[in-house]
Design a protein around this ligand. Structure first.
Ligand code: FAD
Ligand code: FES
Length: 524
């Protein structure tokens, strides 16, 4: 059975351990989340003389930043032609400048801090496999030219399979995301600043000072940056403009020379590929097969499709021992991230909605938020403001993405026929069932023992679904994820799933079946 949770960069380099928060500390700026957003802001603020505290639920380098494939490109998930129609040529040009500035800012951090993260400049290729998609490439080439992005149409790409055409972007970049993040965090802890790990934030209380309330302590701060990938202090306002997706990646040892470039196709769902040498071994890293969180019946399927794609296009068989992982991306309604002051707040700042461009956009967010907190004007702040509402650009996307929220609230509550599911629930798997009239998220551990949780997501009350490959309870509404015991893996939820006593089902599975079927009014 393959391991579905190990990325090519999960273990290297080793990370120093930081203590957990215990008691109360006071700083200038508290930062919730130790990913690229939070660490970038912390690094800039500390260098500018501010005392900061980073509060991280898990360890640095365990969030989405370390699952990333870290293509640093001027191209975004949403085509530039579409962004011009949404934000006007002026707005789109500013967004393009911001994207280039983020790549250069990363390169500057790497040089200033001597971070050994294998930063490499190389071209990027948006390629079409069928002639039907060539018009899309032509439109994108025109849009790129209007915005001053260096990109041209080409007939060939350095890939081992034929394509109909491609748009080549010059001077893009890639790096080892975990090594970059840990390098950027070096020197943050100390001199009145703190990095707290295993410190889960439960609430942010805005005031003078603000109070960031964690499980075992409180941080007092003049301002708070919520850099938790999704806002954990804003329960609804921003989430109505966001949608969470899972994306899948395989990393396989490469039997041929590195394809020199970053590659992504025009397909839907799309694929992305690049290579990376780690400790002398070259890996081909290919991702894609995205779907909304909690909406895949069997999460092994996207991996199987990805493995078939790698076999067909690159001629490489993915072995059970090769790397497989998936991660979360959060997309905004209008295609640009939300960065800035939280709605209805004057001292709490947020950053989210980066889609698959989050290494560059988290960097951009760190820079903008560090400026905003210090009252320094930033040329990109107004464009990305978290409180913006672009009615024409956002309305359709919000309606279609959030149409799922009431749907999941209602339809997921229809009876689940649990009898056969419980009887056949294998070790290491979970299922949402109705037992004794109560809806339960039931998990069977490796020893065959059953345990139960409330399946009601602690964010806004949708029902979680079991994720077979990552062994997690995933909420389809706004992407919260919980481990088999209910502990939080991804927000916006901040509270765990509530434990429930596992009903006494008697001697055997037959009694469990009877109990469930009677409760659901179904003939036994
Ligand atoms: C598979 C994959 C491929 C990707 N590929 C690319 C790519 O090629 N190019 C690109 O630019 N982007 C890519 N991205 C996107 C990019 O990696 C992310 O958007 C970016 O790293 C997010 O950074 P972050 O700091 O916002 O979030 P994270 O790195 O997730 O950091 C947030 C941190 O907050 C912590 N946290 C959450 N809640 C709390 C709480 N209540 N209390 C305390 N801490 C909390 C989490 O534990 C986490 O460590 C990819 C993402 C994935 C998953
Ligand atoms: S994540 Fe919002 S209801 Fe679950």
């Amino acid at each position: 059975m393959p391991n579905y949770t190990n990325s090519v960069w999960s273990e290297t380099p080793p990370a120093p351990r930081h203590r957990a928060l215990a008691g109360t500390v006071s700083v200038d700026v508290a930062i919730v989340g130790g990913g690229i957003t939070g660490i970038t802001a912390a690094r800039l603020l500390k260098r500018a003389g501010q005392r900061v505290a980073v509060l991280e639920s898990r360890r640095l380098g365990k969030g989405e930043s370390s699952k990333s494939t870290a293509h640093l490109t001027e191209a975004l998930d949403v085509r530039w032609s579409r962004l011009i129609s949404r934000f006007g040529e002026g707005g789109a040009r500013l967004a393009a400048l911001a994207q280039r500035a983020a790549i250069e800012r990363i390169a500057l951090f790497v040089a200033e801090d001597s971070i050994a993260c294998d930063l490499r400049r190389l071209p990027g290729f948006l390629y079409a496999e069928t002639p039907d998609d060539l018009d899309e490439l032509r439109a994108e080439a025109l849009a790129a030219r209007r915005l001053g992005i260096r990109a041209e149409l080409v007939g060939e790409v350095p890939l081992p399979f034929p394509v109909a055409g491609a748009l080549r972007f010059e001077d893009q970049a890639q790096l080892h995301p975990r090594a970059y993040l840990l390098g950027l965090a070096e020197g943050l802890d100390g001199d009145g600043s703190y990095v707290f790990e295993e410190t889960h934030v439960l609430d942010v209380d805005e005031g003078e000072p603000c109070r960031v309330i964690a499980e075992n302590g409180v941080v007092h701060a003049r301002e708070v940056i919520v850099a938790a990938h999704v806002p954990v202090s804003n329960r609804l306002l921003l989430h109505a403009k966001l949608a969470a997706y899972r994306t899948y990646v395989v990393g396989v040892e490469m039997p041929f020379a590195d394809p020199v470039g970053l590659f992504w196709d025009t397909g839907d769902p799309y694929h992305y590929a690049r290579s990376q040498t780690i400790d002398g071994t070259s890996y081909l890293i290919v991702g894609g097969e995205d779907h909304k969180v909690g909406e895949a019946d069997d999460t092994a399927e996207p991996f199987h499709r990805l493995e078939a794609y790698v076999r067909q296009r690159f001629g490489v068989a993915v072995a059970p021992t090769d790397f497989r992982w998936s991660g979360q991306i959060v997309v905004s309604a209008d295609g640009l991230p939300y960065i800035g002051r939280n709605a209805l707040s004057s001292r709490v700042f947020v950053a989210t909605g980066y889609g698959g461009n989050g290494v560059t956009q988290a960097t951009l967010a760190g820079v903008i938020l560090a400026d905003e907190v210090r009252g320094v004007p930033n040329p990109y702040a107004a464009l990305f403001a978290a409180t913006r509402w672009k009615p024409l650009a956002s309305a359709r996307a919000v309606l279609s993405e959030n149409a799922d929220f009431p749907k999941h609230l209602l339809t997921d509550r229809l009876p689940h026929r649990g009898a056969s599911a419980l009887r056949s629930l294998p070790a290491g798997e979970g299922h949402v069932l109705t037992i004794g009239g109560e809806r339960l998220a039931v998990y069977r551990n490796g020893n065959g023992e059953l345990s139960a949780l409330s399946p009601v997501c602690t964010h806004l009350g949708c029902l979680v679904h079991w994720n077979t490959t990552e062994k997690s309870w995933d909420c389809p509404c706004h992407g919260s994820r919980f481990d088999p015991h209910g502990r939080i893996l991804n927000g916006p939820a901040v509270e765990p799933l509530q434990a429930r006593p596992m009903p006494d089902l008697g001697e055997g599975d037959e009694e469990a079946e009877l109990l469930i079927d009677l409760d659901e009014g179904l003939p036994a």
